[in-house]
Design a protein around this ligand. Sequence first.
Ligand SMILES: Nc1ncnc2c1ncn2[C@@H]1O[C@H](COP(=O)(O)OP(=O)(O)OP(=O)(O)O)[C@@H](O)[C@H]1O
Ligand SMILES: [Zn+2]
Length: 615
Amino acid sequence: MNYYNITLLNSPLDAFTYQSQNTIDIGTKVKVKFRNREVYGVVLASCKEPDFKTSDILEISDSIYSQKQISLARFISTYYFCSLGEAFGVMLPYESGVHSHAEHGNERVLPQITLSTKQNEALEFLKKHKTALLFGDTGSGKTEIYMKYFEEMMEQKKRSIFLMPEISLTPQMNQRLHKHFGDAVVMWHSKLTPKQKKESLRKIHDGSAKIIAGPRSALFLPVKDLGLIVVDEEHDESYKSSSRPRYNARDIAIYMGKIYDVGVVLGSATPSLTTYVKFPHFRLRGGHFSSKKEFLYERSSEKLSPIILNSLQKTLEAKEQAILFLPTRANFKYLICSDCGHTYKCEFCSVGMSIHHKTRSINCHYCNFALSIPQECSECKSPNLISSRLGTAEVVKEIQSEFDEVNVEQFDRDVITTANKLKEALKRFNDKEIDILVGTQMISKGHDYHGVSLAVVLGLDNMLNMSDYRAREKALSTLVQVAGRSGRKESAKVLVQTFNEDFFNAYIERYEDFLEDEKEYRKELYPPYKKLCRILFSHKNGIKASEAMQQMQESLRRFSNVEIVGFGKCGIERVADKYRFEILLRSDKSTDIIKAISACKNTMAEVDMDPIEFG
Ligand SMILES: Nc1ncnc2c1ncn2[C@@H]1O[C@H](COP(=O)(O)OP(=O)(O)OP(=O)(O)O)[C@@H](O)[C@H]1O
Ligand SMILES: [Zn+2]
């Protein structure tokens, strides 16, 4: 009889021992019984017969995690504090039965991409460095450079992974890649239908997929002969997972570059300070088309002011297109009584409820709890309820009532709920059936449309005033990115509503100056100069959560090389009926943080390494 240590896929528990008559390779995916359920696990190691009774491995599959995937899972599990089973849970294994039969064929590369001299220089630079940053302005042709690099990889019979931050970028990118590479491109994202998923996987397994593109999950596919990983919009927050394992796909890509010994390209017009400090970069300036952008500032809190309405009017008259960004969805973010000051908060979360006119309700954006819109204040019975903090739905409504015959659409998570709706909205915009697109972050990312001559940006001050060490970086990069969706071919006007004109104006066309200044501000305190780690405790019973936090905080004190920056209630004290407490740690090295936390482990503690959320 053989004995094996097996970690259960997606389970937070440690490994268990099972037995089998067969010899099984390390990394093999197997089926076992656990607490009367049949579950999948991964064989980690063979071991001696234990002194307790073990059960049989029920089934040995043809799926196997490679040595490198195992190393990667170990890294994820240690660095991001999750079980090995959870780390393997984000990956897909290789199929040992499948043979590549598509080594030739479909190398239908047409038409050849011709890069400009500057783009060529950039490509040469990227090829010379194992991990490098392509710091190229919006519209400067970064995507074309990646594509040329993919082409070269294909010539060397190597495959490339192309990461993009969000599914909202996939339809256009898919089209762009398909046009060039045909069937050699495979898209991978969570909204694929089971049939599409199966087809994509088949092509990945048999090797006919040469370019594997998609959001962060595309990083963990069983790609053979990997040659290159490109992380587009590397600064983007959606690379960071907000549930366990709380990994950052950009950082995992860099790590993979090392263990797979392949090149990694990080691309952005607004690189994160961390990447800028850590890796060599090539600066690509100006758009590919020599269009001009004019920035205008209006000192105002967010509203559709006469200046904005005028500009929209002119754009409509000229039969051009506009985009309007604001960081808030729904009609309004808050409902407040103007007589007693009562704010409507969720019953289960300590956050305000947003007003949605379409559903005539106020909704919690954290737990989805909803109530119908109240007619009078629940505290003082006053009918004078006021809504504040403008959202996308309200802007759409106001634009509709302001202009006759305007095609205005909302572009956010409330409306774009499926892959199809996304594809169709973007197609309508591209076909100029939409005059004005009003959206949240979704609108700011990487889209390449040529007819946008006006970008209106609201709500930046709310981003800038957040208590987050990255608030400046976030607000400025949002402005640069939204502005970058306009004037890609023709010239454009960018209208910014803010009381912080000095800040935005100083850096809007000199992002590297911002990065240089930001270095000073972060030294000794924040990443990339220090490592941060947040530990969360949440429980229905607030006392229990608080006690667990206190206990861990006290035991962490004996580690002198890890500083406790703060501890206590979270900014958002309660979410989905659970009370939340936190500890924030700072250190020079992540290894010190890992050592300290491992020694003080508490079952309630949820560790968030390199956190980007502080609410
Ligand atoms: N060498 C080239 N030949 C022809 N067209 C090009 C070339 N380089 C860029 N373009 C065109 O210029 C436009 C902008 O390029 P691209 O989308 O690659 O920029 P980007 O740097 O990826 O932009 P962003 O950061 O805003 O996503 C695209 O329409 C692209 O087709
Ligand atoms: Zn709630």
